[in-house]
Design a protein around this ligand. Sequence first.
Ligand code: DX5
Ligand code: ZN
Length: 217
Amino acid sequence: MNYLSPSLLAADFAKLGEQVQLIEQAGAHYAHIDVMDGMFVPSISFGLPVIASIRKVSKIPFDVHLMIEEPDRYIKEFADAGADIITVHAEACKHLDRTIQHIHECGLKAGVALNPSTPLEVLRYVLEDLDLVLVMSVNPGFGGQKYIPYSTKKIKELRKMCDEVNPDIMLEVDGGIKTTNVLEVIGAGANMIVAGSAVFKDDVTKNVTEFLKLMNQ
Ligand code: DX5
Ligand code: ZN
């Protein structure tokens, strides 16, 4: 089974609640929520109050991707706002192991994300404690960028590492994924796909349906 997590960063913020309901009704498995602080990445997106608001109008699990420095400061708040999975960047945590424990103590699934240039080695000892690993296939900060080709090799290597120590882990890939390259990403070993601009353009329902069909044929 392969899971789809459309990124709300590409949604129409003027009707965010409706857009979450739309992907939920179309059968998406998660809503990917990109939080940016203007420090870890150049952009600022949205934060806790927005997540708490949309939590009230949908039951879809929230896959929260924190692109913020020292996310440990806010784990409890994101849990209270309605996150189901919290993913932090290895590059943004001084004490990654402690942050992972903190997410678990809040009763949530814990993920670690890696920027394109970050080696897989940083995951070696924490991999067995994780529910999810996220390979960034663009440099984080913006939607609508091009998939970095070497990501495919990285996903394959990570799939091998996961199969050895934690075969049930979610291997999520984020950035530049379209219907034209999603099969390459899944073929390399990913089982959770983020797509922003490819889902939230034109007919959202049709786009979700098309992704789901391709991903689980
Ligand atoms: C980038 C974000 C991604 C992004 C994906 O910093 O983490 O989730 O919104 O958007 P697309 O699919 O348009 O690359
Ligand atoms: Zn993301």
